[in-house]
Design a protein around this ligand. Structure first.
Ligand code: ARG
Length: 564
């Protein structure tokens, strides 16, 4: 049921031709204070329509609006406040959840349309940064949200696997590296070689020339260079896979920058045909003055193609290959300009789908207020963060519930869940300071708190012997504590819709926290297992809560242990 819609219809019944149903629905508000009812209709617009004062028209209209979901109406000034019939609403909402389980809240906005989501996209031979972690978990949550509202998400890892750095890396490897070290700790060793290259190049500028020469060899297909590049790529990818596995995230495509090597000349010709290319100091650029943007660099003076050219090729490829209804790029906000340029160039090429390309930026993770940097090896290693969080989770379990079966698995679910939830609970554009202590906090608004709340609800169901429920029973509740829970369950489809419209996983995370808090209040104040006529309905509510907390966390990419 959608009580908002039902109230809107009841109002519409009285207003008929004077105001559209959609308009009424749009005007409905949630009062800030519970004592002002569950839903309110402000009469300002009506007042203008009828040329009366708002309080007067609210008064006249108030009592005539009736519906089975409305239990009483109270007019305060220009507002008509509705109190809903808790029994009617709770019965219908609880039954909806029991019927639909994890499918509750699904919407059919997307019509199955394909949505490529460019996400994670770390750079080969470098450690995955916290920024890449953000892109990975935000991208994953958005994919789940998109699927929930009826799109077909396609997770694409646009690996940074091409560029002049590979010339440097080959040079450094041939001078100072060996196979064994790369095999045993690929990313650490490749990073060491890369850093050494830059250190040495400060004293010996010929190194840079050598690096460039090797990159040219790579671009022209020199066997040795290509073999080394392939090998570096594979070894790095293996390490990234370990992280993805722990996060439970998989990709539909690993087509990175190198994939577009043979698609670049087409892009350049297309730009040429549209007479968009100009030569500036030997480089080919697209002028974007009329968009108030810097020119897009397409080809360097030495003929090398660039990040932008690859993204143009990728955009065209994705349109051809997936015929997308929209195309998302989950990339840090420091690249906003790049994506503005990308869209602008596509517009200059007269592609009407340029507007369905959306950059989904996110804020920085900082340390003591400063940006974390990969250069000079100053990085927070994601794997270490996950290990630390898991170790702390295990410690908590040992303290609180030493007899828990399969402790290691649960600790991994809680530790990794803590890291992921911590990342997703704030508006994605916020910067936040990273401290491991804060990530592994299990109290307050955290992933482990939500997981723990759900495990507690599960144990109530176990105690009561409830395994599954059928929606036939009249599960109606009327107390104030269950009502807060019922409202949050009721709002779930709307929450999912808002998360989609704003591309904002934190809306789901906040819903999970509110629902967990509302359940804990309910459980502290209502005797769930007491034998009385509402017992079955209370258990049904607890069951519904476990389903929706699980669904919230699933969308975010966080697992839900049944016991912890
Ligand atoms: N590899 C890039 C980086 O680490 C991110 C790539 C984002 N995706 C894209 N299509 N440009 O900065």
């Amino acid at each position: 049921m959608d009580y908002r819609q039902l109230v809107a219809e009841a109002i519409h019944n009285e207003l008929k031709d004077h105001m559209e149903l959609n308009e009424i629905n749009r005007l409905l508000e949630r009062p800030k204070h519970a004592e002002h009812g569950d839903i309110a209709f402000p009469a300002f617009q009506l007042a203008r329509l009828f040329r009366k004062n708002p309080a007067q028209i609210a008064q006249e209209l108030g009592d005539s609006i009736t519906s089975p979901v409305i239990s009483s109406t109270q007019v305060i000034g220009p507002y008509i406040n509705f109190y809903l019939n808790k029994k009617t609403v709770s019965q219908s909402v609880i039954n909806d959840v029991i019927k639909e389980k994890g499918h509750y809240g699904e919407l059919s906005i997307g019509n199955g349309g394909n949505v490529p989501i460019d996400m994670s996209s770390p750079n080969i031979a470098k450690p995955m940064s916290m920024g890449h972690l953000r892109s990975t978990v935000i991208g994953n949550a958005l994919s789940n949200i998109l699927a929930k509202v009826g799109f077909s998400p396609i997770r694409i890892n646009h690996l940074g696997d091409w560029g002049t750095q590979f010339g440097k890396l080959i040079t450094a490897y041939k001078k100072w590296g060996n196979e064994e070290d790369v095999r045993s700790e690929p990313i650490k060793e490749l990073l060491r070689l890369y850093v050494k290259f830059h250190d040495e190049a400060e004293d010996d500028p010929t190194l840079e020339d050598e690096g460039r020469a090797w990159f040219r060899e790579l671009e022209s297909g020199n066997e040795e260079a290509v073999a080394l590049w392939k090998w570096f790529r594979e070894e790095s990818l293996k390490e990234f896979e370990k992280v993805y596995e722990r996060l439970n995230i998989s990709f539909d495509s690993y087509n990175g920058e190198a994939f577009y090597n043979d698609k670049m000349s087409d892009v350049v010709s297309l730009l040429d045909e549209h007479k968009l290319l100009t030569v500036d100091q030997g480089a080919h650029i697209v002028d974007l003055d009329k968009y108030d943007l810097n020119p897009a660099l397409i080809k360097k003076s030495d003929g090398a193609t660039l990040y932008m050219t690859r993204d143009l090729a990728a955009a065209l490829y994705r349109k051809d290959n997936y015929d997308f209804s929209q195309s998302l790029y989950v990339v840090g906000q420091e690249q906003s300009n790049h994506f503005k340029q990308l869209k602008a160039v596509l517009k200059e090429l007269d592609f009407d789908w340029a507007d369905s390309i959306h950059h989904i930026p996110f804020g920085l993770i900082t340390k003591d207020g400063k940006k974390l940097s990969t250069r000079k090896g100053k990085v927070v290693l994601l794997e270490e963060v996950l290990n630390e969080a898991t170790a702390q989770a295990l410690q908590q379990i040992e303290d609180k519930n030493p007899n828990l079966p399969d402790k290691e698995t649960v600790a991994e679910q809680v530790g990794v869940g803590a890291v992921v939830f911590h990342d997703l609970k704030n508006d994605r554009l916020n910067n936040f300071d990273f401290t491991i202590e804060e990530v592994v906090q299990f109290e307050g608004e955290t992933g482990p708190y939500v997981q723990y709340t759900r495990a507690r609800a599960m144990s109530i169901l176990r105690k009561a012997g409830v395994e599954s429920l059928s929606p036939s029973e009249p599960f109606a509740l009327s107390d104030d504590y269950s009502w807060e829970v019922v409202k949050l369950l009721h709002d779930y489809p709307d929450t999912v819709r808002r998360a989609y419209e704003n591309y904002e996983p934190s809306i789901i995370a906040k819903h999970a926290i509110q629902l967990a808090q509302a359940f804990n209040k309910f459980y502290a104040n209502v005797r769930v297992l007491d034998e009385d006529p509402e017992k079955d309905a209370r258990l049904a509510l607890v069951f519904a809560i476990t389903e929706i907390l699980k669904e919230d966390l699933r969308i975010l990419g966080v697992e839900t242990p049944d016991e912890m």
